[in-house]
Write a protein that binds this ligand. Structure first.
Ligand code: SAH
Ligand code: SF4
Ligand code: F3S
Length: 473
């Protein structure tokens, strides 16, 4: 910890003082999130926990009394972005001070966890540093920050979810018809390139009862689609309503019983945790969408071993086949890293071969970024930047062609669309296919919040266009 700055650490036994909403002076909060969906979810929970302290959210950073940067540490670029952002905030803080007003700056998320008190040293304008497992302590940290830098990057034994404030129904409604819900957090896999096991801690699953209660509250407020989140969501093993340990498949089955809920998804999965009951659920649970994000990272067995992924390319191909047998209309998406240390042209060709063999609907691809503290960063045979750039472009060309072909093949098909908002033009409404493609169709606003069959008639560069096929269900 940063002893020279004497950052205050929240007491372990601290319990939040319950206060009625509106009791405290009205203050504005702006949360800016980087990184993955879990950060998007965490941002909402941070806002919820600060609401009883008198903080209401603002989209305009200039109006905020407290700005939280909810950060990502996954690649060097993501991490660096935080400090340029903080530079801008420091200037805003100085302008405020000149007007006799105050602006508090908090750094949350994975950079906060990885760098801790070092952040205060790099940017003195920062008031609060809070890790992903401690943000339920934000109210106390905000109070402490009045007297100087405040930090909490502990991995508390007690589950933070037990201390979070549930959002009001009104709040849920402003967040839209699709919601995230964290069911599992942390990772024990230790892939040799990845910081997540260090920033999010060990794998932990929430209790089924709490998840069901949160899903029901979301649905009561109008949410129609829930994406279950976890760094390794298919490793979910939460205590069930019968005190047994439930798998993700069983959780999906239970959540499918919630009447108002139309769609379920989950992300992100590890291939090694695709259990048979989960694969079966894809064929049986009607609400589970036929779209699965399954990162594989490389198609070379040598590189997969060096990455500590603990499976071979062939295992992934067999798994993809098995999943498609259970649910023939399923589409797969994935993540790839190019230029992991030691990756030869031959290894890279093996990755392209795997991509050709699987045919992904959508793919994310990254240049390997050596991360401090990970085994990969210590490896001698780092790949030259120019080679990474060239491989990224080649891989990109292949997967973008697959994505475009998948989208084009939608034309002529009739698919269910969850309508979520008014479209760009009057008389138009916008929604998503089971494959998360944006669709626009002519139709009444009354269809927003419903699922309707839509015949896809055109494929644009960013979205599909369709015609309502029959009555909304
Ligand atoms: N939990 C997920 C994803 C974690 S991070 C999983 O198990 O796959 C999201 C993606 O970022 C990863 O799938 C990987 O492709 C990429 N990534 C992680 N660390 C990286 C690094 N050091 N350099 C480049 N890409 C990285
Ligand atoms: Fe990172 Fe691997 Fe864990 Fe995914 S499974 S979060 S890539 S260590
Ligand atoms: Fe980034 Fe942390 Fe998510 S490192 S990808 S914000 S788990």
């Amino acid at each position: 910890m940063n002893s020279d700055l004497e950052a205050a650490t929240v007491q372990k036994d601290w319990a939040p003082a319950r206060s009625g909403q509106g009791e405290k002076a009205a203050k504005k909060l702006h949360v800016k999130s980087f990184g993955c969906q879990m950060n998007v979810y965490d941002a909402t929970r941070m806002a919820d926990v600060l609401a009883p302290e008198g903080f209401s959210e603002t989209g305009a950073i200039e109006d905020a009394d407290l700005v939280i940067l909810n950060t990502c540490h996954i690649r060097e670029k993501a991490s660096e972005k935080v400090f340029s952002e903080l530079g801008r905030l420091r200037r805003l803080k100085e302008e405020r001070r000149a007007e006799g007003k105050d602006l508090r700056i908090a750094v949350a998320g994975c950079v906060a966890q990885a760098e801790g008190g070092e952040i205060f040293r790099k940017q003195r304008a920062v008031d609060i540093v809070v890790g992903p497992q401690s943000y339920h302590r934000l109210p106390e940290l905000v109070r402490l920050a009045a007297d100087g830098p405040a930090i909490d990057t502990d991995f508390p034994v007690d589950d933070k979810f037990n201390h979070l404030t549930p959002p009001t129904a009104d709040k849920i409604r402003t967040r839209g018809l699709s919601a995230f819900l964290t069911v599992q957090e942390g990772c024990d896999k230790f892939c040799s390139f990845c910081v997540v096991p260090y920033t999010r801690g060990a794998e932990a699953s929430r209790e089924v009862q709490k998840i069901v209660a949160e899903a029901e509250a979301l649905t009561r407020a109008g949410v129609r689609e829930i994406t279950l989140l976890g760094q390794n969501v298919n490793a979910f093993h939460g205590k069930g309503e019968d005190d047994e340990i439930w798998s993700l498949a069983r959780l999906v089955e239970r959540l499918s019983e919630i009447a108002g809920l139309a769609r379920l998804r989950y992300t992100t999965s590890h291939p090694n945790d695709m259990a048979d009951d989960l694969i079966r659920a894809h064929g049986e649970a009607a609400k589970l969408m036929p779209f699965l994000h399954l990162p594989v990272q490389s198609g070379s067995d040598r590189i997969l071993a060096a990455m500590n992924r603990k499976h071979r390319a062939e295992d992934f191909l067999r798994l993809a086949k098995k999943i498609r047998a259970a649910r023939p209309d399923i589409a797969l998406s994935s993540d790839f890293i190019v230029g992991f240390p030691g990756e030869t042209d031959e290894d890279f060709e093996a990755t392209l071969a795997l991509i050709r063999a699987v045919d992904f609907a959508s793919t994310f691809y990254f240049k390997y970024s050596p991360r401090p503290g990970t085994p990969g960063a210590e490896l001698a045979d780092q790949v030259e930047e120019a080679v990474k750039t060239e491989r990224l472009a080649r891989l990109g060309e292949l997967v973008e062609a697959q994505r475009a072909a998948f989208n084009r093949a939608m034309v002529g098909r009739t698919v269910d669309v969850l309508f979520e908002k008014p479209g760009r033009r009057p008389g138009q409404i916008g929604g998503k296919t089971p494959y998360l493609q944006a669709v626009h169709a002519d139709g009444p606003d009354s269809l927003i919040g419903t699922v309707a069959a839509v015949e896809i008639v055109e494929c644009g560069s960013n979205s599909l266009f369709g015609r309502l096929a029959k009555e909304a269900r």
